[in-house]
Write a protein that binds this ligand. Structure first.
Ligand SMILES: Cc1ncc(COP(=O)(O)O)c(C=O)c1O
Length: 360
């Protein structure tokens, strides 16, 4: 569409254009009701249908088995860093964490701040978080294992999730939820801020095995309690109604696209195009070990920081936004979430080739 830019932002990030068009169409008058979803009571039948449909679509699309609940929180994935140990880590217990950089580190620090006993069983910190550790021992007595599925900043992603036996696995999927088909039954809890692959900022999705709901202690803040929020089907207080409605539209878009199998195919193709461009060049340098490369956030460097600055400025002039690496690591990062079309990646790859020729 004229005037729209190719959006490689890491989050909040690109949304499918057809979803934005649906939002626009419904904005003033949702299904002839004479008001916007934003203006509607969260106790109304209409909103109740929206939230129920959203949960059902999540279950259908992800293949979530019976015995799990899909909940909607505010407070970002960051609130879950605290909510998880508050709910699931008792006083005399400990939890295992695998540290794949920034986001895992924040999850660990938040738990420690609450006085919780955390065991960092593996870390890729020895190599600036450029890989996913494969060599670790999960303690069979751990209350849970926490991993970060995709590190948005470093551009690493778990390819195969570990087998944790009887230890519940908890996963931060903020930056790769619904980028591919996964076996949800492997996880006790999955959480994700919506603003990368699922919708706008302001909603966090928590997929939780129902037996865990009973573990929440009575003395934790209400808004962190899985038992309370789960017991009220995310309607204990006013949920982020408009964000949930947009997630529903994104899920319908995924379904119409052919589901996660189809999306995974397209995502792999997009990532491969970019990695091929990096690997076939002496100018661009990938920052992640090949077996740990993310298909969502592709990180690379140029020969100098000056050239990286120029690359970001000239790419913007050429209709591409969001390619600057995270401020903590620098370099370039192309976030190619579900809603970033193949055309955008093809355009970026062409641009990279031209930029290399003009600047090497
Ligand atoms: C993997 C991951 N976890 C957690 C967060 C924090 O999310 P939020 O800003 O929703 O708290 C982010 C944000 O980018 C992230 O990429």
């Amino acid at each position: 569409m004229k005037g729209r830019i190719y959006n490689f932002n890491p989050g909040p990030a690109a949304l499918p254009q057809s979803v934005l068009e649906d939002v626009k169409k419904d904005l003033l008058n949702y299904k002839g009701e004479g008001l916007s979803v934003m203006e509607m009571s969260h106790r109304s039948k209409t909103f109740d249908d929206i939230i129920k449909d959203t949960e059902q679509l999540m279950k259908d699309i992800m293949g979530i088995p019976a015995g799990y609940k899909v909940l909607f929180f505010q407070g970002g994935a960051t609130l879950q860093f605290a909510a998880i140990p508050l709910n699931l880590l008792g006083e005399n217990q400990f939890a295992d964490y695998i540290n794949t950089g920034s986001w895992s580190k924040k999850a660990i620090q938040e738990a420690q701040k609450l006085g919780k006993n955390i065991n960092e069983i593996a870390s890729s910190g020895d190599s600036n978080f450029s890989y996913i550790p494969k060599d670790f021992q999960i303690n069979p007595d751990a209350a849970y294992l926490h991993i970060t599925s995709n590190n948005t900043i470093f551009g690493t992603q778990w390819d195969e999730y570990p087998n944790t036996g009887s230890v519940p696995m908890i996963c931060d999927m903020s930056s790769d939820i619904n980028c591919r088909k996964i076996d949800v039954a492997k996880f006790a809890l999955i959480y994700a801020g919506a603003q990368k692959n699922m919708g706008p900022s302001g909603v966090t999705i928590v997929i939780i095995r129902e037996d865990l709901l009973d573990k929440s202690p009575e003395n934790i803040p209400t808004m962190t309690s899985y038992k309370i929020i789960g017991g009220k089907d995310s309607l204990y207080n006013t949920p982020p109604t408009f964000g949930i409605y947009i997630i529903k539209l994104v899920l319908e878009w995924i379904k119409n696209m052919g589901g996660l199998e189809k999306l995974e195919e397209v995502n792999n193709k997009k990532a491969q195009l970019l990695y091929d461009a990096i690997d076939s060049s002496a100018f661009y340098r990938g920052t992640v070990r090949k077996d740990s490369r993310s298909i969502m956030n592709i990180t690379f460097r140029l020969p100098s920081e000056e050239l990286e600055k120029k690359f970001i400025a000239v790419s913007l002039e050429n209709g591409m936004i969001g390619l600057k690496g995270h401020r903590s690591v620098g370099g370039i990062r192309a976030s190619i979430y579900n809603a970033v079309p193949l055309k955008a990646v093809e355009t970026l790859v062409k641009f990279m080739d031209k930029f290399e020729k003009e600047n090497s």
